[in-house]
Design a protein around this ligand. Structure first.
Ligand code: 16G
Ligand code: ZN
Length: 549
């Protein structure tokens, strides 16, 4: 099925250690990755040939991980993450001593011919993007050579955020649009304008007194934010950590969410002293590939300089708060529209219990579901609803609108509906064009959060925060020798083994009903993650210490 030259080339690219395609694709120290990305290029080509489509995607990034790491993940034609059957094939192909056998089996199973017929037109292609790491561009070149070896075309987007690439793949396949940054930002700009115009609560806001400061984690989000500012008429947005400092080091969404301290800010930032004392400052952080965003509020009030803020405690508005804000606004809009639309809010076991209680209290049509960690699980569940809102506590999430919902909104706008009804439909439609429909997107979510806050008429992040008090909680990562021994059930909410650990958990949970624990093996690092909620952080820390032994 393949000519000998192709097979000989693929055999040459054999990883020195074993890899498994996890929640975030393949990740490792960058120097181990050339053979992995080469074979992923072959696999992406095969995926593109296995279904009628314009393209699939391949992104080189290690997201929030250290600068010396890198990673690769594939994107389905519909813009989602790689299908689970292909994840298994990916791990087999990368590790195999006999790639010919794996590929031949795949071709039979998926009915693909990797020997291309030159007349087939248009030829499928692989869209390639990468983050700002020094290893990323060379790895992207290797992918390109692999795809071309099979005889397919690549389109290289250079540095893009992960969600931008997901979006490009989706619109190229589903909307026949020329995928580029321009239409990505235009969509955001139009959505922002509509929401600014119609946001019910905006009349009470003093827009000129809001200052928005975005920590770009010294990653690819810096370029995207600069474009966003250029395309929209959003005022007072300032970016820090735009690339002068080290990627993800003491900054970025993952660092903020896990440590709840103010980020280090490299000198490229802007002068905090220039902010007037009566301004409402909205602080938020993107991660290294800009698919996550979290907002935060410094505990100590009174802003002086970056240096004095760095490392100080902050209160983090985790992803759950985005779900809550989105559900509140969407419910209000649907009340105006008076249509029967289901809203699902999807969380994981990391969601703070107070957010879950708040959402459940909203009542119909809001339904709340818990699924295992990892975007693919949240996305799958969200797609069951007319409007599916999903967020992980770590800041990854979006709002998905079903096709029927979008058609219904369009019809409502076209019909001679009452003015308020029309406005509500326009706002919902604008939300659907701001929220990335392919995957959670930190850049889109920044506009989304600001628009939703405006909608509620909330000048200060504190108004958002005051909806409910987070239950005291605590995160830990433990280095263990055999994380595969950890077995859970019930969406990771119950630990099955090891028994010694589940006994400690049971003892605590029996002692006070407010205790709740999550123990799970990380899918991206060699650690076991612990998350606990309980009567107080001190008591939780004591309990976690027992588990460490
Ligand atoms: C990946 C996942 C994220 C998940 C995280 C868990 C995607 C795009 N990303 O970053 O959803 O929360 O892994 O990491 O699926 P962990 O398994 O190391 O805790
Ligand atoms: Zn990321």
């Amino acid at each position: 099925m393949f000519n000998d030259k192709i097979i000989a080339e693929i055999e040459k690219w054999k990883p020195s250690s074993s890899f498994s395609y996890g929640t975030a694709g393949f990740r490792a120290r960058a120097n181990l990755l050339p053979p992995v990305v080469f074979r992923c290029g072959i696999l992406a080509a095969a995926r593109a040939l296995s279904v009628p489509c314009v393209c699939v995607g391949l992104m080189i990034t290690a997201s929030h991980n250290p600068p010396e790491d890198n990673g690769v993940k594939l994107i389905e034609p519909n813009g989602s993450m790689l299908n689970e059957n292909w994840e298994i094939i990916a791990s087999r192909l990368i590790n195999s001593h006999n790639p010919k056998e794996v590929l031949e089996e795949l071709c039979i199973q998926e009915n693909i011919s990797l020997v291309l017929d030159n007349k087939s037109s248009p030829r499928p292609a692989v869209y390639i993007g990468h983050d700002t790491r020094s290893s990323s561009e060379p790895l992207a070149r290797i992918v390109e050579s692999a795809v071309e070896l099979i005889g397919l075309k690549c389109k290289c987007f250079g540095t893009v955020t992960t969600p931008q690439l997901h979006y490009f793949v989706k619109v190229a396949n589903e909307e026949g649009l020329q995928a580029n940054k321009e239409n990505y930002f235009q969509r955001l700009s139009i959505g922002w304008d509509t929401l600014s115009q119609y946001a019910f609560g905006s009349s009470t806001l003093q827009e000129d007194k809001i200052v928005r400061i975005v920590d770009c984690a010294n990653g690819v989000g810096a370029e995207a934010m600069a474009n966003l500012i250029a395309y929209t008429n959003m005022q007072n947005v300032y970016c820090v950590n735009t690339g002068n400092g080290e990627l993800n080091q003491f900054c970025g969404a993952d660092f903020i969410q896990k440590n709840a301290v103010f980020p280090n800010v490299s000198s490229d930032g802007f002068d905090l002293n220039s902010i007037s004392s009566d301004a409402s400052v909205h602080f938020c952080s993107l991660d290294g590939d800009a698919d996550r965003l979290v907002y935060f509020i410094p505990v100590e009030q009174g802003i002086t300089c970056w240096k004095s803020l760095s490392g100080q405690r902050v209160r983090v508005l985790e992803g759950d708060r985005m779900s809550v804000l989105a559900a509140l606004v969407i419910k209000k809009l649907l009340d105006v529209l008076q249509v029967k639309i289901s809203i699902g809010v999807i969380q994981t076991a990391y969601a703070n219990g107070a957010s879950t209680a708040f959402l459940k209290n909203l009542g119909k049509p809001v339904q709340v579901e818990c699924v295992p960690t990892g975007v693919k699980h949240l996305e799958k569940a969200a797609k069951k609803y007319d409007i599916g809102i999903y967020w992980e506590a770590n800041g990854h999430g979006t709002i998905l609108f079903a096709e029927n919902t979008v058609s219904l909104l369009r019809e409502t706008i076209e019909q001679n509906s009452a003015e308020q009804t029309k406005k509500a439909a326009l706002c919902l439609l604008a939300l659907s064009s701001i929220a990335n429909q392919a995957t959670g997107d930190g850049i889109c979510n920044f506009i989304l959060a600001e628009a939703l806050l405006k909608f509620m008429g909330w000048q200060h992040l504190a108004s958002w925060e005051s909806l409910y008090d987070d239950l005291p909680n605590c995160y830990k990562a433990l280095n263990v020798r055999h994380k595969e021994l950890i077995k859970t059930t019930d969406q990771e909410r119950t630990l099955l083994s090891p028994e010694s650990v589940s006994k400690v958990i049971k003892r605590f949970s029996d002692s006070k009903p407010s205790y709740r624990f999550l123990v799970r093996p990380s899918g991206t690092e060699d650690v076991v993650r612990l998350y606990g909620e309980g009567p107080s952080v001190d008591e939780l820390n004591d309990m976690m210490k027992e588990l460490e032994i």
